[in-house]
Design a protein around this ligand. Structure first.
Ligand SMILES: C[S@@+](CC[C@H](N)C(=O)[O-])C[C@H]1O[C@@H](n2cnc3c(N)ncnc32)[C@H](O)[C@@H]1O
Length: 295
């Protein structure tokens, strides 16, 4: 039997053409234009077998990002594997807020960094920030370190200090930050998405006790000890968790507490600051919204 052509292989995958092409691009290392131009030419038998195996995994529901090994976030291409959550566009709001609020040359902490999406995006956008990124998972930190090297270069990667540990325990007691950002696990244990579209992602990146609030609570409660006067805490959370997370930040003693909404008008990031700052940055929460909307 003749080996299939690129075009025949893509058609045989049983996937949307775009997805099939993305898989073949990732496996062959050839850009899309090359695959289109060489569509009628035969494919190496080994490559065809590997492609069809990946296509079967995709048909079984595995995220494209794990099959291709990459996902774009804020215009940067992150390497991902099963050790990390696939970075979501939702988290871009958290990064935009952090960029608007972090004072010049601030020390910034990304708690639960996963692929490194938040810390590395901040480092790329603001050369003045001094960054620290933590995770409990050694495998996730290995992915984040690799991403820092490939996206920031050998020298740039040194701008992020990576530390392993359970939330604040990853840090020395003397550590202080001008801004702390976190996208912690916030799904309840019985969230139905865990059995469907999220079933391939690490459960420890997604699920928290107490209806999804346990990690948000641990982070909020101890935040004042690690914030500089005037420092900000920014927490991503589920769209129905705005009210309880505002209560957590208020109970922790933070001020200017408010929740920012995503493009679909859902509450997604709650922020608050430790009183006492005189850095001239906006502490009027309405001003924060104005910065984000470009007003
Ligand atoms: C929702 S993922 C976010 C990953 C990444 N920051 C992002 O936005 O794409 C949560 C991350 O928190 C980490 N994590 C979960 N529990 C933790 C804990 N107790 N201490 C530190 N990190 C934790 C997970 O390993 C995971 O990487």
């Amino acid at each position: 039997m003749n080996p299939p052509s690129h075009d025949q292989l893509i058609a045989a995958a049983g996937l949307p053409r775009l997805e099939a092409r993305m898989l073949l691009e990732a496996l062959s290392g050839r850009p899309r234009e090359w695959l289109i131009a060489h569509g009628p030419e035969p494919v190496d038998a080994g490559l065809a077998a590997r492609f069809l195996a990946l296509a079967r995994r995709r048909l079984a529901g595995e995220p494209m990002a794990y099959l291709t090994g990459r996902r774009e976030f804020r215009g940067l291409m992150f390497r991902v594997d099963e050790a990390v959550l696939v970075p979501r566009p939702d988290t871009e709001i958290l990064v935009d807020l952090a960029l608007a609020l972090a004072p010049p040359e601030a020390r910034v902490l990304d708690l639960g960094t996963g692929s490194g999406a938040i810390a590395i995006s901040l480092a790329c956008a603001r050369a003045d920030l001094r960054l620290c990124a933590t995770d409990r998972s050694a495998a996730a930190l290995a992915v984040a370190r690799r991403n820092a090297q490939s996206l920031l270069g050998q020298g740039g990667a040194g701008r992020i200090e990576f530390r392993q540990g359970d939330w604040w325990e990853a840090l020395p007691a003397s550590a202080r930050f001008g801004l702390v950002a976190a996208n912690p696990p916030y799904l309840a244990e019985d969230d139905p998405h865990l059995a469907s579209d999220l079933r391939f992602e690490p459960r420890e990146a997604l699920v928290a006790h107490e209806a999804g609030l346990a990690d948000l609570q641990r982070i909020a409660r101890a935040a004042p000890r690690y914030l500089e006067p005037g420092g900000w805490l920014l927490l991503e959370h589920g769209m129905d968790q705005g009210a309880p997370v505002r209560a957590l930040l208020t109970e922790a003693g933070l001020s200017s507490v408010r929740t920012e909404r995503d493009a679909e008008d859902r509450e997604r990031v709650t922020l608050g600051r430790l009183n006492g700052g005189t850095d001239g940055r906006p502490d009027d929460p309405h001003r924060v919204t104005a910065i984000l909307s470009g007003a």
